[in-house]
Design a protein around this ligand. Sequence first.
Ligand code: GLC
Length: 818
Amino acid sequence: MEDNILNPKELLNEFVEEEEGFRHLNNPADGIKPITKKYLGVPTHGVGSGSKYYFTDGDAKVELIVVNEEIMRVRLAPHGVFLEDFSYAVPKLKPKNIPVQFTEDDKEFRVSTAKVNCHIRKSDFFISFSDQNNVITSSDAKAMHWEENTQFGGYYVFSTKECHPDENFFGLGDKPTELNLRGKRLVNWNTDAYSFAWNQDPLYRSIPFYISVNEGIAHGIFFDNTFKAHFDFGGEDRTKTSFWADGGEMQYYYIHGPHMMDVVKSYHLLTGTHPMPPLWALGYHQCRWSYYPEAKFRAVAKGFRENKIPCDAIYLDIDYMDGYRCFTWNRRYFPDPKKMIADAAEMGFKTVVIVDPGIRVDDNYPVFKEGKEKKYFCRRSDDYYMEGHVWPGRCQFPDFTNPEVREWWGGLFDELIDYGVAGVWNDMNEPAVFGSGTFPADVRHDYDGYRGSHRKAHNVYGMQMVRATYEGMRKILKNKRPFTITRAGYSGLQRYASVWTGDNVASWEHLRLGNIQCQRLSMSGIPFCGTDIGGFSGEPDGELFTRWIQLGSFSPFMRAHSAGDTKEREPWSFGEPFTAINRNFIELRYRLLPYMYSAFWEHHRYGFPILRPVVMQEQDVLKNHFRQDEFTYGDKILVCPVLEPGQKSRKVYLPKGKWYNFWTNEVETGGEEVEVPTPLETIPIFVKAGSVIPEYPVMQYVGEKPVEEVKLNVYYSDYEANSFFFEDHGESFAYEQDIYSEKKFVVNGDESSLTLNQSMEGLYTPRYDGYHFRVIGLPFVPATITIDGKDITDFTIGDEKVLEFKYTKTFNILQISK
Ligand code: GLC
């Protein structure tokens, strides 16, 4: 971002001016100014009302939209003409009807809501934002600027903001680097990155959303621009943060905090949340490139049941297809897929199959034939079809940015679903092309009628592919929830799919990286994420695999996957003691399913991330800006994976408050680091005091047996704390019609008593009748226990002083006293 380098023409002009003799008196090119960055000038005018405001320097225009009290959108039109307002990330921008004040004095124009002020400085068009206490949270360090793009038309667009000494940055999707992005320079351009390395950039996804925390106050910037985009967080110049793109509009949302959580929730308000996944999708998934032929697939299924390791899904990678042609079957390997899938379903397995966007050029292949006849494949600027090599050989690629093509693609899942396929894995959709990497820039796209080259559509291609898959499946499955997973994506992809972090490596470094990537994805609006457990390429030993299963048990999406040239990689492949520990952790995941599902509901309904790094809980503690190992799943369970071989113990930071060691029930006081033993059998897990953690019995798969009783683990606290417990049918969209049960628990205690209140919302009644209470950490010996006024006399006090008894699920108030 060097501003002052003279381009060749400038150099020539200087030269020409010196060498008088070369001057052509009537050379028409002589007066043309060189193409350099242009900055907004002095704003001469500001008008607007309600949610829309416009400012101009006489040529360029800036639009400010007040979305709600916390969110404002800034848009720049270099020569006064805005592009049509359309975004794949923000499906409906509906500004809220709220009071907005518009004022002007000698120094600035000011647009204010009750929470945020936007200042447009009259001397230089610098834009800044402040909160209701007039604390400046974000301010331009240069006026917005642009540079004409002579090759493609349009502009490179730039925004440069001040970067403060202790300001730190988070978000931006799947970047394989430290959680804190301060000092980094990063690019968004979806890339197939086989065996990617630490700090390799870019990877598969483009999420142009970051969160800044400065002096305890957070704000977010969502730069909704799909072109190749760049971010510099005080990297080139410690005092500046910049973001810019190779085309499109300078268009960003300023999202006010003051907490990081507020920023993430507001970001979800713009881009949507993940729909509730089918409950089985929160179980354990087993994948490999590839399980074939049918006998192998069946053997893996049997292996799980024989080893008594819970599992809900088995995957079919590309070898199930005939010559890698999507929507076909290799009948030699899979003579009767419908029967095989039905038999697996009998055993409690869902079958998930892969699809890729490359469609083999083959006139005897109905999908290609139809796509060709209907002109559904992408074309180059001169009308040639976009062709490239992927798994099937020479391929053409559907233009998923065309709604008609999406509709067609969605319909192609008819047969797979009829065969019983329950989930679809969307791969290679950056889009990946062997050799050249991806499509050339001149490929044209429909872009939902707004038209664009691949420069504009590249980063949304994968998201539109999985959207087509999701929407098609949703239609075919009627009221059943589809399960989809995607490799590539753009902001808003969470409305359609879960993600995995791509082709990682079986190494301890990648275990560390995966832990950071999942936390980052989670705070960047992608809650349902996971890594290839064990590492895609390379060979993990038993210890690494087990440590990865332990981390994976607390990844929202839990799937083991491995490349074809590696050794067997099922949870029992490494023998004892690994098999038993892997089983224990996968069982723990199944026990915690109701807790995890409730965290998902909190995400879906309220926009909370599922994984929350420590910095999200205590952003005012500067040291926490650099912690990246420990995180909470939901807001009650803190997990700290073991990320080194042979580690006997490790330090874990606990945020302020009281925490129970999950394994021993010992209480720790937070606000500092504690040293925790880490034998191979465990990783540090802590439960926040005051939590009520619901637990299901272990099953080999979701729905194996009816749940007959739910354990409620109640952790004593001497302050008031709330917990939520969500349940529903687990596979339909009835929750959209309020057919769900959301229970709220309030725990409150003092040195001689504990109360637990339950209240309920929603129209769903679970089938089981009762709760099995386990009250942990009481600081007194209980003498009386009453529920809704009735004495409970049948109770036990076991090891670690856990008080246990049973009661029906419809209680209102439990009181325990000395
Ligand atoms: C890509 C995917 C990987 C898959 C392979 C074969 O490398 O990232 O997960 O197994 O393609 O389909």
